[in-house]
Write a protein that binds this ligand. Structure first.
Ligand SMILES: Cc1cc2nc3c(=O)[nH]c(=O)nc-3n(C[C@H](O)[C@H](O)[C@H](O)COP(=O)(O)O)c2cc1C
Ligand SMILES: [Mn+2]
Length: 477
């Protein structure tokens, strides 16, 4: 498996999925190219070089894991599997992953170039302004923020949290780190330092390898390190080295690393954002945000920044809906049998569960569990097992032919959303409302007369696959 971002990029190139782009402007153009490419049927990964205003060799890599194929590659799962089979393979593996602790190494390529104190100048790095109305350049769109819980200690092998929070560049040595809510592990850890009247030591890892990028997105229990999860994905420990400024264990294979202090908000904040969001809107305004004073910057020669700007759906950071894999596994843990698949569409704003109904209420039971765990999603659909939940056309066929709206749509009120929800009315948002309602669409054949439901005329998925195997070559010509 790839050892770092560079080896991953080489694997992507071998699959024929990498495009090289020279001469793009980091102000709006680089983000625009990324968005257009993400909307193309093959959604290529992009390696930008000769970025306008920056020396050749300072590169930005985008659309890293945006297809099912590259998301599978990042997990070490066969990239030729059908997307639902790949997600199922991941769901099974995820449930049995054994945390793999990092291993300390003596050398880190990112120490090839180091600047400390007054020599720090973040303007030397190509941080793109991704979307036209963004409040500024964001170096951290796919970067990992590393902190150590003060109730443990770095030397004592304390809890290292390493997850993704966006990072905006403000001055030559100041960036902001944005927590969506106060329950984020980074927010909880920082507050412990601040409450003790201290700044919080932290590092921002730009250009992490994709296993860390995926781990940084997972909801892990407090106390569990994303490093251990990334190691488990790779079945090899993440190599770490103590940061020269903070002593924090930093991924030795990273491309660009900042170290510094997150200042107590009573001391300083800066207006952060706005930033184009994954829903395809700017639903959250500029707001005061914790400031990181950067005291050291390190980078490899010819560094590569991993960029993962949010984009209008269906474009999403990950081509396999990882949160759907968690819901699938939660359904199994809760004892819901016969789940054929779970998928999310519209950048995780719509969840679909497919199952073979065995008893009255089976489908609704699954739907309620899925709804409870669908972050910001207004739509949960349950379909029968013959419908491929990853195929939106198939799902809509079931919705339009098996669901009687007057009987099979339920609304759950005051459910889990966030301040990024574009549909919460302004006056409610101003009051701090972050909930919304969710529709559950039961697009299953009604269980009471399931045996009398008209049989489907189309081939089953297995029959279609058998035909494809036997006749596919003739059909493709
Ligand atoms: C590309 C990307 C950007 C993200 N940006 C943010 C962000 O700016 N703030 C935030 O709180 N969560 C963000 N998230 C979500 C968190 O990384 C994710 O929920 C993670 O599980 C939080 O980790 P924690 O449980 O250690 O706090 C982002 C996720 C991705 C994939
Ligand atoms: Mn965490």
């Amino acid at each position: 498996m790839y050892r770092n971002l560079r080896e991953f990029i080489a694997e992507v190139e071998k699959l024929g999925a990498l495009r090289h782009v020279a001469g793009a402007d980091p102000r709006h153009e680089l983000g625009g190219i990324t968005e257009v490419a993400a909307g193309m049927p093959d959604c290529p990964a992009l390696l930008f070089d000769r970025i306008k205003g920056y020396p050749a060799g300072f590169r930005v890599f985008t659309n890293a894991t945006t297809t099912p194929q590259r998301a599978a590659l990042a997990l070490g799962i066969d990239p030729t599997l059908r997307p639902l089979d790949a997600l199922k393979a991941w769901m099974g593996r995820r449930a049995t992953l054994k945390p793999h602790q990092p291993v300390a190494v003596k050398h880190a390529p990112f120490l090839e170039n180091c600047k400390r104190g007054g020599d720090v100048d973040l303007a030397k790095l190509p941080a793109p302004i991704w979307h036209s109305k963004d409040g500024g350049p964001f170096i951290g769109s796919g970067s990992i923020v590393v902190m150590c819980d003060p109730d443990s200690s770095v030397s004592g092998g304390g809890w290292i949290n390493a997850s993704i929070y966006r990072v905006q560049v403000h001055t030559r040595n100041k960036v902001t780190v944005q927590f969506d809510h106060q329950g984020r592990h980074g927010a909880i850890i920082a507050k412990k330092y601040w409450d003790a009247g201290k700044s919080c030591p932290l590092a921002v890892v730009n250009g992490p390898d994709p296993a860390l990028f995926i781990a940084g997105f997972e909801y892990l229990p407090a106390g569990q390190s994303e490093y251990d999860f990334a190691g488990a994905i790779k079945n090899a420990p993440i190599e770490v080295i103590a940061g020269p400024a903070t002593g924090l264990p930093l991924p030795a294979q990273a491309e660009i690393v900042f170290e510094g202090m997150l200042l107590p908000p009573q001391q300083e904040t800066l207006p952060e954002g706005p930033f184009g969001e994954f829903t395809g809107y700017y639903a959250a305004d500029k707001r005061p945000c914790p400031v990181m004073k950067v005291t050291a910057v390190h980078h490899r020669n010819n560094p590569i920044l991993l960029g993962s700007p949010p984009m209008k759906p269906p474009r999403f950071h990950f081509g396999l809906p990882f949160r759907a894999a968690s819901i699938w596994s939660q359904l199994e843990m809760a004892g819901v049998t016969d789940v054929a698949g779970v998928w999310q569409h519209v950048s995780q704003l719509m969840t679909v569960v497919a199952l073979r109904q065995r008893y009255a209420g089976h489908a609704k039971r699954a739907a309620l569990i899925a709804a409870a765990n669908s972050y910001m999603g207004r739509l949960v659909v349950v379909v029968d097992e013959d419908v491929d939940p990853s195929n939106l056309n198939d799902v809509m066929w079931a919705v339009t032919t098996r669901c009687e709206p007057a009987e099979q749509i339920d609304i759950v009120r005051e459910a889990w959303s966030s301040a990024l929800d574009p549909r919460i009315p302004p006056e409610e948002k101003a009051r701090g409302v972050t909930s919304h309602s969710k529709a559950i669409i039961e697009a299953c054949r009604p269980f009471a007369w399931i045996d009398q439901f008209p049989p489907a005329s189309a081939l089953s998925q297995d029959e279609a696959r058998a035909i494809e195997e036997k006749w596919g070559a003739a059909l493709r010509g």
